[in-house]
Design a protein around this ligand. Structure first.
Ligand code: 13P
Ligand code: SF4
Length: 335
């Protein structure tokens, strides 16, 4: 007999003290079953305020980890523990090497303020917390960097070079990327305000300036809106850049007749799609890891709570929780 997953998920949600959470990039059928949806900043804030002891998080690994870090008393399960490709690019040793790169080029460790994008492993957040640094998301990066600059220190931005560079451009600051030469010169931390690690999102790299030109030629007057994980050349060519929630608001506030091409993950763009909304790519820009979670996985995870045999539980060691929490709380304290 086949299982009616939606009906079973509804039943389990009623019977268990559980909150189902989903990021905007989840498949539609999974997204529709969630109690809390949002971008990564909203999810972190709302999970912190939620009172249920169980959280079932449909998203990528660092998101479930972040809930465990800010609310260690909660039991956090993930239907799929899929790792964001960008978060996987950096670990503790790459972080230490990046700090050392700056120290070797004349910046004392106490004059470095690390900021990590929330798309990073808890171990990286813990290293950042230990050094007095903080976390940011794509919604609040401007404010967080502004706050960081008040310290008068050099900012080490990890792991996304695009986010670091895009906000540096927006704020009129100088940036460089470790390991990337510009005009024959290596990244010199003495000359830059923001020193970026060379990580990136493989999905948002799919959008190009050619795509922007294609749409501008095809539909004169079209607006181009992109996520700041896109390459700086694409963000500069766009009309608007913003986090997932900011993109949704931008598109909703447009005149319904206004055409807009959006450069971010496919599931979200498809959900926003009205007659005048286009995907800024000739390919389907799906995040493979976000797409791994299915209704069946969500059902199995909820059922495992009912059966008292929880699966895919997020475990973070207490020392990592302690310092990663410091870095996350510093961000959450900034309104
Ligand atoms: P948001 O902070 O906009 O939710 O982005 C998360 C993400 O993974 C984007 O690729
Ligand atoms: Fe990570 Fe990119 Fe997927 Fe976002 S879209 S979760 S940054 S791989």
């Amino acid at each position: 007999m086949s299982i009616d997953y939606k009906a079973e998920i509804d039943r389990l949600k009623k019977e268990l003290d559980v909150t189902v959470v989903a990021h905007y990039y989840q498949r539609d059928e999974v997204f529709e079953m969630a109690d809390i949806t949002g971008d990564s900043l909203e999810l972190a804030r709302r999970c912190q305020a939620d009172t249920n002891p169980w959280v079932v998080f449909c998203g990528v690994g660092f998101m479930g980890q972040s809930v465990k870090v800010i609310a260690p008393e909660k039991r956090v399960l993930m239907p799929k523990i899929a790792c964001c490709a960008m978060a996987r690019m950096m670990d503790g040793s790459y972080f230490d090497e990046s700090v050392q790169y700056m120290v070797d080029r004349g910046i004392a460790k106490e004059n470095i303020l690390p900021i990590t994008y929330i798309n990073s492993d808890a171990s990286v957040k813990a290293k950042v917390g230990k050094m007095g640094g903080l976390v940011c998301t794509s919604s609040n990066a401007f404010k967080i960097i502004e706050k960081g600059l008040e310290s008068g220190k050099k900012i080490l931005f990890v792991p996304d070079r695009c986010l670091g560079q895009n906000f540096a451009i927006q704020m009129g600051l100088k940036s460089c990327v470790i390991g990337v030469e510009e005009e024959g010169k290596e990244c010199d931390p003495k000359e830059a305000d923001i020193i970026c690690f060379n990580g990136f999102c493989s999905v948002h790299q799919l959008f190009t300036v050619d795509d922007v030109e294609f749409y501008r030629n095809k539909y004169p007057g079209i607006k181009i809106a992109v996520h700041p994980e896109c390459d700086p050349s694409v963000v500069l060519a766009a009309d608007f850049s913003g986090s997932t929630s900011q993109l949704i608001k931008y598109v909703n506030d447009l005149d319904p007749e206004q055409k807009v091409a959006i450069g971010t993950e496919y599931n979200l763009v498809n959900r926003m799609r009205k007659g005048n909304t286009y995907v800024l790519s000739s390919t389907k820009p799906e995040c493979p890891t976000m797409n791994e979670t299915t209704l069946e996985d969500l059902y199995n995870t909820l059922k495992s709570i009912e059966d008292n045999k929880p699966i895919n539980e997020i475990v973070v060691d207490p020392d990592t929780i302690k310092y990663a929490n410091v870095a996350l709380e510093r961000m959450l304290a900034i309104k």
